[in-house]
Design a binder for this molecule. Structure first.
Ligand code: ZN
Length: 407
């Protein structure tokens, strides 16, 4: 099909339209594949190698693509990639059951992204291994190397002391305590690594690109396998002294409840955490995952919807305390449970409004998040953009050397 472009446009008689179509085709193909040699580009587009060569030269001088030397089947070749010019940032979200890695360029655009499932109670060393491998994989896909990475941001489902990059409350992620996650990955990837809590980074992302971008003061609630919140005051994320601001998952909601992994009794997480949502459905629905519950609730299953709605009420009651303390303009709700829409949101909103002073000047909005499951990784990228001076860094893109792979 691609091969017909040259002929079809040529028959229309417009030489410049033909050239424009071929340029667009080449850019789109490079973008889709990440990086291709000129011979591979000819194969993928159906254009002649002479046409490819001419257009790549034009695109190179226009700064649209970059080329670097590589080898194919032992022969020297030129790899064509989309130009990044001033380095790439890496965002990593190590979730409870999923790993997500994204590469972002200086224009804050995500140029590559991938997710992998993680096993229950995944181990620190294997998870960091997977993250590092996925980073090098994605870099290769866009024709880049670790030498072009200016910084890495990591989102973790636990409170993090931003000064040390370590988890600041013991027991929340088993086997991850006392571990210098930032140091380990920084040594391995050879660049600065920044670590923060996933709710804080979700809050950052939503405040820059998402639902809270029009508000100065907002609270981002992340209702997922565990529940957390990120606080944005005056447009800045407020992490608190030890990074635990908004850590609502460990507010006691049931004094007679189960013991939480943090050591307290009846924390919000023990009532609305994944296993507590799944368990009451076992007799009626059989074994389910959290994703099943969310999907079925969204599809209108009454039992699953009830579990999610009750969780919304319970979370809302706790968020009300935050709202009273902070007087935000908006509460933005994200995380897996928010995929059920008003099933979660309506009871959560009611529970907050029930407990918060009504304010005619600035009524509190309770709205869905806009970035979905990508919020945390986008926040991790944003953390790097804010911490690293991209522009001051010289481009190493034309370097013909093989990228360093770390150890
Ligand atoms: Zn707890």
């Amino acid at each position: 099909m691609l091969a017909t472009v040259e002929g079809r446009v040529a028959m229309s008689g417009s030489q410049s339209a033909l050239r424009e179509a071929n340029r667009a085709l080449i850019v789109e193909t490079v973008h889709r594949h990440g990086g291709l040699t000129q011979v591979e580009l000819a194969g993928a587009t159906g254009l002649s190698t002479a046409t490819i060569s001419t257009i790549v030269k034009e695109l190179l001088s226009a700064g649209v693509v970059d080329t670097r030397n590589t080898t194919r089947s032992g022969r020297r070749a030129q790899m064509v990639t989309i130009a990044h010019r001033v380095g790439l940032a890496v965002g990593i979200h190590i979730g409870v059951r999923q790993l997500r890695v994204a590469l972002g360029d200086v224009s804050h655009e995500v140029v590559a992204e991938q997710t992998l499932p993680l096993p229950h109670e995944h181990r620190m060393d294997t998870s960091l291994d997977r993250a590092a491998l996925l980073v090098t994989d994605l870099l290769e896909r866009v024709g880049s190397g670790l030498d072009e990475v200016v910084g890495v941001g990591i989102a973790l489902p636990a409170p993090v002391d931003s000064a040390t990059g370590m988890i600041s409350v013991r027991g929340i992620m088993r086997g991850w305590d006392e571990i210098h996650i930032g140091h380990i990955l920084s040594k391995r990837l050879g660049c600065p690594v920044f670590v923060d809590n996933d709710a804080n980074l979700g809050a950052l992302a939503e405040s820059v690109q998402g639902a809270s971008r029009f508000y100065r003061d907002s609270v981002f609630v992340r209702a997922s396998y565990t529940t957390g919140a990120g606080v944005v005051l005056g447009g800045q994320v407020h992490p608190g002294f030890a990074g635990t601001a908004g850590e609502i998952g460990h507010v006691q909601v049931d004094p007679a409840g189960d013991i939480c992994r943090c050591g307290s009794r009846g924390c919000l997480d023990t009532v609305v955490g994944a296993s507590s949502l799944i368990e009451p459905l076992r007799a009626s629905h059989g074994p389910l995952t959290l994703r099943d519950v969310v999907q079925r609730a969204a599809d209108g299953d009454a039992g699953c919807a009830r579990v999610v709605a009750d969780a919304g009420s319970t979370i809302g009651a706790v968020v009300a305390g935050l709202a009273i303390a902070l007087n935000p303009q908006a509460v933005v709700v994200g995380g897996e449970l928010a995929e059920t829409g008003e099933t979660l949101l309506a009871p959560l909103r009611d529970a907050i409004r029930h407990r918060v002073l009504l304010n005619q000047i600035a009524p509190l909005e309770v709205v869905p998040a806009e970035l979905g499951e990508r919020a945390e990784v986008i926040g991790a990228l944003e953390m790097v953009f804010r911490s690293i001076d991209f522009v001051a860094r010289p481009s190493e893109h034309s370097s013909p050397s093989e990228p360093g792979m770390g150890d």
